[in-house]
Design a protein around this ligand. Structure first.
Ligand code: FES
Ligand code: FES
Length: 159
């Protein structure tokens, strides 16, 4: 069955005809949002994570029809021209991007975490738990934690 959905993706309104059986990941990729990676396809690895109405969602197990009327953010919308977002820059600074397959999903989870906790106190454990839905084969995770810390405590880094 084909239905029409209307939503906002990275601040731009879109209207798409979709098969109601399609996942949000498949619809996003089919429409050029190829930052959204499909690793496991069953909600285990986080490679497909995007923000839907400010919540981190594994888009491989989220039907596109559920996104009707929502505000979606993918990593394509995070940089402003050549200016990387704070989180993207921190990932680069800390060496958190290696093969890069997991990176778009992780960046969206980190972005949500940083936006939620900016100005507050966070522990490493909180950062670890917030990113627990992601698998990264390359980095060992330590650099990713440091990237998030850099965004939350920039003054510490510059001392
Ligand atoms: S591809 Fe969606 S969680 Fe692994
Ligand atoms: S950087 Fe390769 S899987 Fe994370």
């Amino acid at each position: 069955m084909i239905r029409t959905i209307t939503c906002t993706i990275n601040s731009k309104p879109i209207t798409w005809q979709i098969d109601v059986r399609m996942s949000l990941a498949d619809v996003l990729r089919a429409n050029g949002f190829t930052s959204v990676k499909e690793g496991c396809g069953v909600g285990e690895c986080g490679a497909c994570a995007v923000l839907v109405d400010d919540l981190v969602v594994d888009s491989c197990i989220y039907l596109a029809i559920w996104a009707d009327g929502s505000n979606i953010r993918t990593v394509e919308g995070e940089a402003k021209g050549d200016q990387l977002s704070e989180v993207q820059q921190a990932y680069l600074d800390t060496g958190s991007v290696q093969c890069g397959f997991c990176t778009p999903g992780l960046v969206m989870t980190s972005t949500k975490f940083v936006e939620t906790h900016k100005g507050g106190k966070v522990s490493r454990d909180m950062i670890r738990r917030a990113h627990g839905g992601h698998i990264c084969r390359c980095t060992g995770y330590e650099s990713i934690i440091r990237a998030v810390e850099q965004c939350l405590e920039p003054e510490e880094k510059n001392r």
